[in-house]
Design a protein around this ligand. Structure first.
Ligand code: NAD
Ligand code: ZN
Length: 339
């Protein structure tokens, strides 16, 4: 188990790549650690949790809310969790977000770590210290930025992950490649979903590369004043679509990336839209959907990232180089209407 430590503004985080969940016992004391996970993961991987006190929650985004947090807090009190207890979130982004949040408020803050079990959590959600919950329809409305003590990567956990969740993770991986890493884009182009599912070495490499890429972006801009905004590539339109249609997050982001590529063509003479779409499709993701433009534009106008009458839109100068552009709402509207 190799440990690599990364320094953030307020804390350092230990990353254990190529690790096994069995090694958790070497990182945290079994007798004062509480695992938080969901029912699906618990059913598949129960034997790996032996010896630890475990809180098992119902799975899914709809439970990422205050009432689940209250439920966790009550169980923590019952389990006599104290200031020295470490919480370990073993799960996808829903579990890691809630674990980090509850650990940050229980007794004014106790230690926590993550074992991400979805590709998306490995390369995105568990990294960067953003933890929180939804309030009604408002996603991630309440939360905190606080870093975990450690991240343990066991890619063998992905064996039980459904294909749709693999694609969700790859949407973020493609996003990373588009904004920051042209060489990785080439690797993605030369492969597809099945090749990563088959090849453990290739998979471990891409997971580590993406975890480090996001880490570096966050290290430079933990509180999202500049570079961290690049991670919103595909997400501006993506979120608006996700709100209106029954799409997985990754599908919405994939369509958002395709549109952002087209907008980049028009505003920055970006020339690689076809390649972006090809790669997106190779990972089981869509590049278009028939959507009600009026409706989606209305949601776009209410987006958090809006500043007065302009939208902060992430575009591509070329593959591997994302840029933040302030675009007047009217211009976005005109381009989207014309596509
Ligand atoms: N904090 C951040 O910076 C950040 C970044 C991106 C996303 N997020 C959050 O992450 C969440 C999405 O994360 P997600 O896609 O991992 O969703 P998720 O946690 O809901 O997991 C997806 C599904 O996969 C199941 N699952 C998880 N691991 C499995 C495994 N190994 N085998 C079989 N099934 C498994 C879960 O039970 C769930 O049903 C959203 O709430 C989003 O807001 C947070
Ligand atoms: Zn995303």
């Amino acid at each position: 188990m190799k440990k690599q430590t990364f320094q953030f503004t307020t804390a350092s985080v230990d990353y254990y790549f190529d690790a096994s969940i069995k090694e958790l016992k070497e990182i945290v004391p079994v007798d004062n650690t509480i695992i938080i996970t969901d029912e699906t993961i618990f059913e598949f991987h129960e034997t790996k949790f032996k010896g630890f006190k475990t809180i098992v929650l119902p799975p899914g985004e709809k439970y990422k809310n205050q009432s689940t947090i209250d439920n966790i807090i009550n169980q923590l009190i019952e389990l006599q969790a104290d200031r020295k207890t470490t919480l370990v979130g073993i799960g996808g982004g829903v579990i890691t977000d809630m674990t980090g949040y509850v650990a940050s408020i229980y007794m004014r803050g106790i230690a926590f770590g993550f074992v991400p079990t979805t590709l998306l959590a490995m390369v995105d959600a568990s990294i960067g210290g953003k933890n929180g919950i939804d309030v009604g329809v408002y996603k991630n409305m309440v939360g905190i930025i606080r870093q975990p003590k450690f991240l343990l990567y066991d890619i063998s956990l992905l064996k039980t992950l459904p294909d749709a969740e693999w694609s969700n993770g790859f949407a973020e991986i493609i996003k990373h490649a588009c904004i920051k890493d042209a060489a990785m884009f080439k690797i993605l182009k030369a492969n597809n979903l099945a090749s990563f599912q088959k090849d453990k070495v290739l998979l471990a490499e891409i997971v580590e590369r993406n975890a480090k890429l996001k880490t570096k972006v966050v290290q430079k801009d933990e509180f999202e004043k500049g570079d961290r905004k690049l991670l919103n590539f595909g997400h501006t339109l993506g979120h608006a679509l996700e709100n209106q249609y029954e799409l997985f997050h990754g599908q919405a982001v994939a369509i958002g990336m395709a549109y952002a590529a087209i907008i980049s063509e028009q505003l920055l003479e970006f020339k690689q839209t076809t390649t972006v779409k090809e790669v997106v499709e190779n990972y089981g993701l869509p590049t278009k959907i028939d959507f009600d433009k009026e409706k989606v534009l209305k949601v776009l106008k209410m987006d958090k990232k809006r500043e007065k009458e302009t939208v902060n839109y992430i575009l591509l100068e070329k593959i591997g180089k994302g840029v933040i552009k302030q675009i007047p709402l009217a211009q976005i509207e005109q381009i989207i209407q014309s596509i």
